[in-house]
Design a binder for this molecule. Structure first.
Ligand code: M5T
Ligand code: MG
Length: 581
């Protein structure tokens, strides 16, 4: 519940609407309460006494009162919607902002499916609850108490009936809410599961089709979907008892009123209009009580969602700038790993990298070669501080990367990640993603270096061609070249290309390397590759094997000294078969 209170801070900017809404509701409630009284007057003073002018006059007043009530009601709705939508939008923005600040580790832990649920469904729950709260919070209790008082005033002899009924209904409701509350958390968790399945499926739908796994995916989805449905049905089963229970009690009430009231009327202690008004007030009391309980139910569901949103807002990034972090960092690009050990889950899991030590000087191209899963990507991810080392340190120009503000650090490092990700938008916007202010000339130069210019100009709108989400209308190698262009455009001190030419043919790859030549003369460049042909010309080759540097040197040196390297060389190019060797 503390999280609900915290989220209420989001309502603050909208407090004007949040105060006006209940006030307008008061108008509607007061008008509603006069209606049965007016009916009583019409029946007892007008109809019973055959006084037509009185009936017409009182009827007119009723209409005016109803109109005033309608204005109050609509005003309340409008203000409640404003307050709720504003609050929802702000919470969504806060969660989104938080996720932008997440480290890679945070993202690994939450997962996309969960974050989507929290950003959409959970925020929606809170939004709905705020809206309901602002409407019903005032309406239901006032109507309930007002109607009860009016009922007692109308016919004090029958007062015991609504009181007994209220006690019965209330005990029923407490039982129901007590059982339903814990189930809402489950509902949200099931929505998480379903979103995860859905999100994975949509992202990988081509793989699903290629491997004819649609039936399996359908089953997986069905399970998640059914789990969700069953959980909702479980809650609904409990909650739906409420309405029939109310109706039965209500009908008992009406029978009781007619029975005891009828006796009073026959004995001339009461009039018929009183009975009509009393029944009306009785119904209003009980329905308001039910509204209150529905509101409590909705609030408890929103509380579950609030907890989940708080988890996101409260989680701190494990990669944080130090208080005195260097914000003006313009290194030349001397990268050094000093006894670096790294594991993904802190010190309690097996390290992925073990005691790595090497330096890369400005102007050098360092190639990382090694079998898949050896730890090459993990290694380069430590340079822009996507993750923090578990032991040892990574320095740039002698400065520990943890002493530099992340933005200052990453401005100096151009990365083409292993999986080329494009955004929906134009080719140009994708290339200058890291530096939106870059001129068209710079974009073209970067594209030329990445050997992307020719295929881009062949696209229907050239650099203005719009790419679909994730750039589905480009080939794998074309995407990779855009990713390289994006990294190159930064003109960073350190350039990291993670397997960035794996989908590019060898000839194009050679041309990319030749074009990079000028650019990287005074920069440090890390190139990860599976193909040995990619690394032949590197100034330094690190052979990574199972998280350690198994060998280090130039191509010629390694051929002499490293059996692992020679194995790779022989298996890929054959002895003496290398075009560049
Ligand atoms: C090295 C493990 C992975 C592998 C080792 C990304 C990631 C990897 N791993 C995790 O436990 N959690 C993670 O989030 O780390 O992985 P890598 O550095 O990605 O290997 P690589 O780049 O050399 O391989 P590849 O296939 O890209 O050439 O054991 O399980
Ligand atoms: Mg990798």
């Amino acid at each position: 519940m503390t999280s609900v209170r915290k989220l209420f801070a989001f309502l603050k900017p909208y407090r004007r609407w949040a105060i006006l809404a209940p006030l307008f509701m008061l108008i509607e409630v007061s008008m509603d309460l006069t209606q049965p009284y007016m009916i009583e007057r019409i029946v007892d003073d007008g109809v019973s006494k055959l006084n037509l002018p009185y009936v017409l006059q009182a009827g007119g007043i009723m209409i005016v009162l109803a109109l005033i009530g309608a204005i109050g009601g609509s005003g309340c709705t409008v203000f409640a919607v404003w307050a709720a939508m504003g609050t929802g939008a702000d919470i969504r923005a806060a969660v989104f902002r938080k996720v932008q600040a997440f480290s890679f580790g945070n993202l690994d832990r939450f997962g996309t499916g969960q974050l989507i649920t929290r950003l959409t469904n959970d925020v929606q729950q809170i939004q709905d609850a705020v809206q309901a709260l602002l409407r019903i919070m005032v309406r239901a209790p006032f109507l309930m108490i007002g109607a009860l008082i009016m009922a007692i005033i109308t016919a004090p002899q029958l007062a015991i009936i609504p009181l007994v009924l209220m006690v019965l209904v209330l005990s029923g409701l407490i039982l129901i809410i007590g059982r339903a509350y814990p189930m809402f958390n489950q509902v949200q968790a099931r929505i998480d599961d379903m979103n995860t399945v859905m999100q994975e499926n949509l992202a990988g739908v081509r793989v699903v089709k290629a491997f004819v796994r649609a039936p399996y995916e359908m089953r997986r989805f069905e399970i998640a979907n059914n789990n969700l449905m069953n959980q909702i049905i479980n809650v609904a089963r409990i909650v739906t008892i409420t309405f029939p229970m109310m109706m039965i009690l209500m009908n008992f009430g009406v029978v009781a009123v007619l029975w005891f009231g009828g006796i009073q009327v026959i004995q001339k202690h009461m009039e018929i209009g009183q009975i009509i008004a009393f029944t009306n007030y009785l119904a209003t009391t009980l329905f308001s009580l039910m509204m209150v309980s529905m509101l409590v139910l909705q609030m408890s569901r929103a509380a579950a969602s609030a907890d989940r949103i708080e988890q996101v807002l409260d989680s701190t990034s494990d990669i944080k700038d130090r208080p005195n972090a260097n914000r003006e960092f313009n290194p030349r690009g001397l990268v050094a790993f000093e006894h670096v050990t790294f594991s993904y889950n802190g010190s309690d899991s097996d390290p992925v990298l073990k005691d790595i030590t090497f330096t890369a000087k400005p102007g050098q191209t360092v190639a990382l070669l090694g079998s898949t899963g050896a730890g090459k990507s993990s290694l380069v991810h430590l340079i822009p501080r996507f993750y923090d080392v578990t032991a040892g340190r990574v320095t740039i120009d002698g400065v520990d990367v943890r002493d530099v503000a992340q933005t200052a650090l990453r401005r100096n490092i151009g990365v083409a990640l292993q999986e080329a990700v494009l955004f929906s938008g134009s080719v140009r916007d994708n290339i200058r993603y890291g530096r939106p202010e870059a001129s068209d000339d710079e974009v073209v130069t970067a594209a030329r270096i990445a050997q992307a210019h020719d295929f881009i100009t062949a696209l229907p709108d050239g650099y203005d061609t719009m790419l679909g989400q994730r750039g589905v209308n480009l080939s794998g190698g074309q995407k990779q070249r855009l990713a390289i262009a994006r990294a190159v455009l930064l003109r960073p001190a350190i350039l990291i290309l993670d397997d960035s030419t794996s989908s590019v043919d060898v000839e194009t790859e050679t041309r990319i390397q030749d074009a990079l030549g000028d650019l990287i003369r005074e920069r440090t460049c890390f190139v990860i590759a599976q193909r040995i042909s990619t690394v032949l010309k590197a100034d330094k080759i690190l052979v990574i094997d199972d998280g350690v540097v198994a060998a280090e040197g130039t191509h010629a040196e390694l051929l002499d000294t490293s059996p692992i390297y020679r194995d790779i060389y022989d298996s890929q190019l054959g002895s003496g078969g290398a075009a560049h060797g």
